[in-house]
Design a protein around this ligand. Structure first.
Ligand SMILES: [Zn+2]
Length: 282
């Protein structure tokens, strides 16, 4: 399998690090029960790929949530992932037509007060990052975030496609590891420049090309900087809903006192649960 994986790698004896994620079957599986417009499918697929890249450095039990919220036409786009191994996603939007959404930039999709919040929870620690929707697409929003708020030079590439019901996405993050005092920073500047030049030759369709295994791709692009893969994860779509969880959510909702059974549909996987009145009363 050449997709549904995320790789972490080092270049030039560890002076640069990168993450590369490419998803195909897992995103198609996660989105097949929804009838979202292509624009939303692609957005969720991109959010999933970059979420994986952001969490690859954390090796313990990790829960990550990337959430884009706004007003209209899209209220919410959400990706939930666990341990860089499984994820689920969903969106809430007005009934805008597919063609209307296609032309909209990311800030326009979410209307006023649009924002992206990314949280990672592991070992009782909670990290939250807010990313401004400052550019037309997600790739530029993340690139802008790294330029503005991080001191570490970073390159972000993020793309997706949705053709003939084949949804795929890819994310590549390349980052310079801060120099220590005993290293030659002039040489490291040159290496960063070389890596930036190599990355700039990569086209989106090459990132998405599922004929090319991920490791081979990294070797092809960054071969002159001797890449070393340090971690590889496989991703699948998995929803964690079950009957007991749904019952407990319904119980905690105010004003839920139905006369008889009620049907609840999981927003993530579209699975339908029928909850009996007795279960809510118990
Ligand atoms: Zn579910």
């Amino acid at each position: 399998m050449n997709t549904d994986k995320c790789l972490s790698f080092y270049l030039n004896n560890g002076t640069l690090k990168g993450h590369f994620c490419r998803l195909t079957h897992s995103t198609a599986e996660a989105l097949k029960n929804h009838n979202y417009p292509k624009k939303i499918n692609k957005l969720l697929a991109e959010m999933t790929a970059i979420s994986q890249c952001f969490t690859m450095d954390v090796k313990s039990d990790t829960q990550a949530t990337m959430q884009l919220t706004g007003t209209s036409p899209v209220k919410l786009a959400l990706v939930n992932s666990r341990n860089c191994e499984s994820f689920r996603c969903c969106a809430t939007l007005d009934s805008a037509s597919e063609a209307d959404l296609e032309e909209l930039s990311v800030p326009q999709l979410f209307g006023q007060k649009g924002m992206l919040v990314f949280t990672i929870d592991f070992e009782n620690q909670h990290y939250q990052t807010i990313i401004e929707l400052s550019a037309s697409n997600l790739q530029e929003c993340f690139q802008h975030y790294f330029i503005q708020s991080q001191q570490i030079p970073t390159i972000v590439m993020l793309c997706s496609s949705d053709e003939e019901n084949n949804i795929s996405s890819a994310a590549l993050i390349l980052q310079r590891i801060p120099a220590t005092r005993d290293t030659d920073s002039a040489e490291e500047n040159d290496v960063w420049l070389e890596a930036s030049c190599l990355a700039s030759t990569v086209k989106h369709k090459e990132l998405l090309n599922s004929d090319l295994p991920l490791e081979k791709f990294i070797n092809l692009v960054f071969g002159s900087l001797t890449p070393i893969v340090s971690r590889e994860t496989h991703l699948t779509f998995k929803c964690t809903c079950n009957h007991e969880k749904i019952v407990s959510i319904v119980k905690n909702l105010d004003g839920q006192n139905p006369d008889r059974e009620i049907d609840v549909i999981c927003e993530y996987c579209n699975k339908k649960y029928t909850i009996d009145k007795k279960e809510i009363d118990s």
